[in-house]
Write a protein that binds this ligand. Structure first.
Ligand code: NDP
Length: 399
């Protein structure tokens, strides 16, 4: 069918490449490009002999002219951005200049300010419309599948959704005292920021980790979870009509929290540059360099993830609750693609998002979040490509 250019060859990129190769009827050709080309070459060698033709390239995605040259050379149908959120705008700019469709999994965040917001990418809407190309924002799990779940619930289960609680539980154990399951710098920026949730048309801000609950997750059991600000709250607050409250909770273990508190207390999570032996150094970037690479956690991580959304609202005048979730087993993911479930649950939807654009199932020029499209083909693809979903009509609610 066509060709994708995948930028970024870390934990998520590696899973997306594996899944594109499994789906060779759609992805005939792939170019894997990243800052360190040797990682792309190693992955290409691992997957050699399959039906998808793979090439590799070195790219600095902070350099727009270099991105434009690469896209012109490779002529992909879609660019799948699996580098870091800092690169989003540069890659979107290069897609505009080459009139190429764009997909990512995380919204733009300025490097010197730990605050991700969609406003930077939404500002590109008119230019993408005029160019006749699509930017699909946030096609990971959360954001991503959680938005598709919301669109699906609204289409099939409710006349009106009033509340959404997004629950992200990782009950996996990698055996390290402290490690993050996706890029450490992005992960620590996210969890050490203030929390917030949408309530009756306003944002309510909380201190980091101030609000917590214990929830009994299907197939996982009781886990303590903390309210965080998260990307999809911003887009769902706009795209789900009549919504009154949306919250996002993520589970953390005691060891993770104790280490994070200590690292914060000694200044290791700061993004303010300091002078160290005559050189400028950002403490969080140094910490990232010494922590385990998330891509290396696959063989060690055991247990399950359970990520989903609890909806409350109305159907035919009656109050209704509905829970849609996916359970993923770290070791099964590792056996299939050599990665743990956090990379897997992001890389699979990234492939599906690219597939939606390549196959024309989602076809609308402009800049969109996943919940703005018909959820049905995406929901079918989740079942087909490794993230089957389950539903419950009588879930426990979060108070
Ligand atoms: P990794 O750090 O493992 O991988 C990032 C990759 O991007 C690395 O290969 C890195 O290259 C490459 N890269 C970084 N900067 C550049 C650059 N300037 N030019 C070219 N390549 C670059 O991160 P993850 O795979 O864990 O995460 C990837 C993305 O997925 C992140 O944006 C993250 O926020 C997002 N994510 C989204 C989730 C969701 O559910 N929506 C969940 C988890 C992650 P090098 O190897 O040289 O360092």
């Amino acid at each position: 069918m066509g060709k994708a250019l995948i930028i970024g060859c870390g934990g998520v990129g590696s899973v997306a490449v594996h899944k594109c190769c499994q789906n060779s009827a759609v992805f005939n050709e792939l170019c894997i490009a990243s800052r360190t080309e040797s990682k792309c070459i190693a992955l290409k060698n691992k997957l050699a002999g399959g039906k998808t033709k793979i090439t590799t390239a070195q790219i600095d995605a902070d350099n727009v002219p270099a991105l434009v040259s690469l896209i012109r050379k490779e002529e992909p149908d879609v660019v799948l951005n699996l580098a870091l959120p800092y690169q989003d705008l540069n890659i979107m700019e290069a897609c505009l200049q080459t009139r190429t469709n764009y997909v990512d999994t995380a919204n733009y965040e300025p490097e010197d300010q730990a605050k991700f917001e969609y406003k930077y990418q939404w500002a590109y809407k008119k230019r993408f419309e005029d160019a006749g190309i699509t930017a699909l924002l946030g096609s990971g799990f959360d954001p991503g599948v959680t938005g598709v779940f919301s669109a699906y619930a609204l289409k099939h289960q409710f006349d009106e959704i009033n509340q959404i609680d997004i629950l992200d539980c990782n009950a996996g154990d990698h055996g390290y005292a402290f490690a993050t399951n996706f890029n450490p710098e992005i992960n620590i920026r996210e969890v050490s920021a203030n929390g917030s949730y949408w309530n009756e048309g306003h944002w309510i801000e909380t201190k980091p980790m101030e609000i917590f609950r214990t929830y009994n997750f299907p197939e996982v059991g009781d886990k303590k979870m903390f309210l965080l600000h998260h990307e999809e709250l911003e887009s769902l607050a706009i795209h789900i009509p009549g919504i009154q409250r949306i919250r996002f909770f993520m589970t953390f273990g005691e060891s993770y929290l104790t280490h994070l508190r200590c690292l914060q207390d000694v200044g290791m999570t700061s993004i303010e540059p300091i002078l160290f032996v005559g050189k400028e150094l950002v403490p969080l970037q140094f910490l990232t360099a010494v922590l385990p690479d998330p891509a290396s956690l696959g063989p060690r991580t055991k247990g399950k993830t359970n990520i989903g959304c609890i909806f409350t609202g109305k159907k035919e005048g009656k109050a209704k609750t509905y829970y849609l979730y996916n359970i993923c087993d770290h070791q099964k993911c590792y056996q299939e693609v050599g990665s743990q479930a956090v990379s897997y649950t992001t890389g699979v939807p990234a492939m599906i998002g690219a597939m939606m654009l390549m196959t024309g199932k989602w076809d609308k020029p402009g800049v969109y979040n996943v919940e703005e499209f018909d959820p049905d083909p995406y929901m079918d693809a989740l079942n087909e490509w490794g993230l089957p979903w389950q539903e419950s009509f009588h879930p426990d609610l979060v108070d």
